[in-house]
Design a protein around this ligand. Structure first.
Ligand SMILES: N[C@@H](CCC(=O)N[C@@H](CS)C(=O)NCC(=O)O)C(=O)O
Length: 212
């Protein structure tokens, strides 16, 4: 498998964690988002959306990190499933993951921040205010969801990570990178720390990737 990747892409970080949790080996090809490699024709052939990650497997190129994670579960059922349990438990894991991937990430993505600054004339301070605002909005809700769990499991919804943890950790990395005050989120912080102690998460850390 080939993962078209960028060290600080949180969507690619999800896929690295997922591949590691499932103990699947992969080659990484960095696509530099800062120099704009993702907008070059060669990358747009892989993903017309000009985004990373792209996973290449069995000659097919798959985009969208959550679709890739679910693909890995279906194509490689022998290793641990990222979404598992009863239909309700699976829905819980997907719902948590989607709150991050669909409600925080799209409004804080690089191209959105570039548009805010470039086209809308927003200054750095306001950009940071925007960035923090959208994380706080969803992190507050996720912290409540975690508080309300029937059982206070080690990871979001189980004693082992699921898709929810796969999405949470890269988002916490982004929050810390942009100096967001995490003091209102003790459960998110605890779960993030616990994840970091696992090899699958540690090896996926942005600082350890090619091109970091
Ligand atoms: N929904 C997509 C989001 C992919 C995405 O936006 N990736 C970011 C990096 S985290 C990217 O390529 N950004 C380039 C840009 O904003 O120009 C997914 O989950 O894979």
């Amino acid at each position: 498998m080939i993962l078209y990747d960028y060290c600080r892409s949180s969507a690619a970080y999800r896929v690295r964690i997922a591949l590691n949790l499932k103990e699947l080996s992969y080659e990484q090809i960095p696509v530099n988002l800062v120099s704009g490699e993702h907008r070059e024709a060669i990358h747009q052939e892989r993903n017309p959306q000009a985004l990373v990650p792209v996973l290449e497997d069995q000659g097919m190129q798959i985009t969208q990190s959550l679709a890739i994670c679910e693909y890995l579960d279906e194509a490689y059922p022998r290793s641990i499933a990222l979404v598992r349990g009863t239909p309700v438990e699976k829905a819980q894991q997907r719902s948590f993951a989607q709150a991050i991937a669909c409600d925080i990430h799209p409004v804080n993505n690089l191209r959105v921040l570039q548009y805010l600054v470039g086209e809308m004339g927003v200054d750095e301070e306001k950009k940071m205010q925007w960035y923090h605002h959208w994380i706080h909005k969803t992190f507050a809700a996720l912290e409540t969801i975690l508080e309300n769990r029937e059982e206070q499991t080690d990871f979001c919804f189980a004693q082992q990570p699921t898709l929810a943890d796969v999405c949470l950790v890269p988002q916490v990395f982004n929050a810390n990178r942009f100096q967001l005050d995490m003091s209102a989120y003790p459960l998110i912080t605890q779960i993030n720390d616990r994840c970091q102690s696992l090899d699958a998460f540690a090896k996926a850390h942005p600082n350890l990737q090619p091109g970091a």
